[in-house]
Ligand binder design. Structure first.
Ligand SMILES: Cc1cc2nc3c(=O)[nH]c(=O)nc-3n(C[C@H](O)[C@H](O)[C@H](O)COP(=O)(O)OP(=O)(O)OC[C@H]3O[C@@H](n4cnc5c(N)ncnc54)[C@H](O)[C@@H]3O)c2cc1C
Length: 377
């Protein structure tokens, strides 16, 4: 085994597929006893789907999810502020943005990687440098040797903490509730659309995962709610379908988490260990790009490993990826603030600007997100 991947999340599993394609031997060590993704649904934008197309996975993922061809930003009553038709990019890239249940995405990826490459119940605790290798020490008292390590262990990365203990989290001051409702009542017409409605210091988003299910999320400023607060009073300003969809989801199936990101760090690799995905550049979810950026990391690592030694690939990979990943983190942070304005005058001005923004400007912005770095020499 040349490379140990720590973490079997979307980033770790996609990296494994990219390593397989590059002919590099690897093993994934995952802390959970079973692969059970936390969360509800996820939207894979076309940059991610282009990577999966390169890995021969796009069709399978698309079949397990729902094509999304329009992205709407709206007022709480679903009155449109902006609407982006993705048809232009679908034609250009020959893939579609796809909404999928996280469990389904994990299943498809893990099956393709192969269970024999994934060791479950191994929570990494420490990394010791030996003469030619690294010794991975796990919480259960066992250890393993690896020449190279990829830390794909998410925002609370142990690998990153061992490498760069000075890295800092930033709390965006918002709670996010997420769920999947087994009904599409009231949202039948939004079959291939992702919609986010901006209220006063709150936000509701939804997207259909298939003919029966809707993935939804709802955010509230932290100074107005606790993780266990009743969110129903906040829904009064929203379209009646919002409360209906949330109520249709059993509370025990809701997920609630604070919105946190990682203050951009400048170094992603040290001594044959490198970071990827949320471990390297966790972002707030406001652009729906966190996993997409992890998937792009995997793609670049894989392409580099097809041409270079592992040492060289680890050295070049952050140089190729940092600029875009950090741009996403910074842009997403700003959108998080803009979407939670509370002052009515500021909201009216923001909405006016959004309505007046020409389509071609939005398309240009979106185009920047969907571009894949494909020059890896
Ligand atoms: C509310 C919300 C909505 C989002 N929506 C979207 C979206 O629509 N589109 C999108 O692209 N992104 C979205 N994201 C972001 C996306 O979920 C993350 O960016 C993505 O999951 C990161 O993948 P990862 O593999 O880097 O990390 P993770 O998914 O966190 O995976 C890390 C893995 O490592 C394991 N692990 C952790 N510690 C250890 C250890 N010590 N030893 C061994 N294993 C360990 C974990 O169990 C886990 O399996 C959203 C995020 C949030 C919070």
């Amino acid at each position: 085994m040349e490379i140990a991947i720590i973490g079997a999340g979307i980033g770790g599993l996609t990296t494994a597929l990219a390593l397989k394609k590059a002919g590099i031997s690897f093993k994934i060590y995952e802390s959970a006893d079973e692969l059970k993704p936390v969360g509800a649904g996820i939207i894979l934008a076309m940059n991610a789907m282009r990577v999966y197309s390169d890995l021969g996975m796009a069709d399978k993922i698309a079949r397990n999810g729902n094509r999304i061809s329009i992205i709407n930003l709206t007022k709480p009553n679903f009155g449109k502020l902006s609407s982006n038709d993705l048809g232009f990019f679908e034609k250009q890239y020959n893939v579609s943005t796809t909404a999928i249940h996280r469990a389904d995405l994990h299943k498809v990826l893990a099956e393709k990687v192969g269970q024999e490459y994934i060791v479950l119940g191994k929570r990494l605790q420490n990394i010791i440098r030996t003469e030619n290798n690294h010794r991975l020490e796990f919480e259960d008292g066992t250890s393993a040797e690896a020449q190279y390590i990829i830390g794909a262990d998410g925002i609370r990365s142990v690998v990153r903490t061992l490498l760069f203990p000075e890295s800092e989290y930033r709390d965006a001051g918002q709670w996010c509730w997420r769920g999947v409702a087994d009904t599409i009542e009231g949202l039948e017409t939004y079959q291939h659309e992702a919609t986010e409605a901006w209220g006063k210091g709150t936000r509701f988003g939804f997207v259909r995962l298939n003919d029966r299910q809707v993935y939804w999320y709802f955010l509230v400023d932290k100074d107005r709610a606790e993780a266990d607060s009743d969110i129903m009073p906040f829904l009064k300003e929203y379209h009646p379908s919002v409360a209906q969809i949330i109520k249709a989801t059993p509370k025990e199936n809701w997920f609630v988490s604070p919105i946190v990101d990682l203050k951009p760090i400048q170094q992603w690799n040290l001594n044959n260990v490198c970071l990827m995905g949320d471990a390297a550049h966790a972002t707030t979810p406001n652009l729906g790009q966190g996993a997409c950026q992890a998937i792009e990391d995997a793609y670049i690592l894989g392409k580099l490993l097809q041409k270079h030694s592992i040492n060289e690939a680890f050295r070049l990979y952050p140089l190729l990826r940092k600029q875009k990943a950090h741009a996403v983190v910074n842009m997403s942070w700003k959108i998080g603030k803009l979407s939670h304005l509370r002052n009515p005058l500021a909201i009216a001005f923001r909405n006016f600007v959004m309505k007046a923004t020409p389509q071609y400007f939005n398309r240009k912005q979106l185009g920047r997100l969907l571009v894949l770095q494909n020059k890896v020499d």
